[in-house]
Write a protein that binds this ligand. Structure first.
Ligand code: ZN
Length: 175
């Protein structure tokens, strides 16, 4: 049986779980990430257990909205181009092109591009859905860094960021 070589594209339709995509052809999505380009690949690949997002991050911008952790999800970041410096609980960790980094559930991180070229990053998380997301950032009411949690509201559609210490709302991000 021939499993490789030749014209194999016809078999994509015959293997129900196999999905292939050109990342550059996936429409950029509007998200709360400050990244210049975000392509959500999980819906395209129809993944069951993984979330996969592709980011392009300009210098001085970050991959995610804020310094955060997922209590119920591990995350892996593969830097394809440029350099991403991850803020962690023990300081900055530089991840260069061709390198990959993993964070376990409950570990705070935020990737920033402190270089001078646009960075390309593939982010993979498991399981696909995370419901326990926490931010660690300044609360204007408390006057210091506190743990904050997002809450999605329906009208208007927005993400509210609540301080777990004083219960005030720090940010409202339109959806
Ligand atoms: Zn507060």
């Amino acid at each position: 049986m021939v499993r490789t070589g030749g014209a194999v594209n016809f078999s994509l339709n015959l293997i129900p779980g196999m999905k292939k995509a050109a990342i550059g052809d996936v429409d950029p999505a509007a998200t709360n990430s400050p990244a210049a380009v975000v392509r959500l690949l999980s819906p395209v690949l129809d993944t069951d257990g993984l979330v996969i997002n592709y980011f392009e991050v300009e210098p001085a911008e970050s991959v995610g909205y804020a310094y955060h952790r997922h209590l119920d999800q591990e995350e892996v970041f593969y830097v394809q181009k440029g350099t991403v410096t991850f803020e962690t609980e023990v300081g900055g960790v530089e991840v260069d092109a061709g390198e990959i980094v993993r964070f376990g559930p409950g570990e705070f991180q935020l990737g920033r591009n402190i270089g001078d070229e646009r960075a390309h990053v593939l982010a993979i998380g498991a399981p696909r859905e995370s419901e326990e997301l926490e931010y660690l950032q300044d609360c204007p009411t408390c006057g210091e860094e506190t743990v904050q949690v997002p809450e999605i509201t329906e009208s208007p559609k927005a993400i509210l960021i609540h301080c777990t210490r004083c219960d005030s709302t720090t940010d409202e991000i339109p959806l």
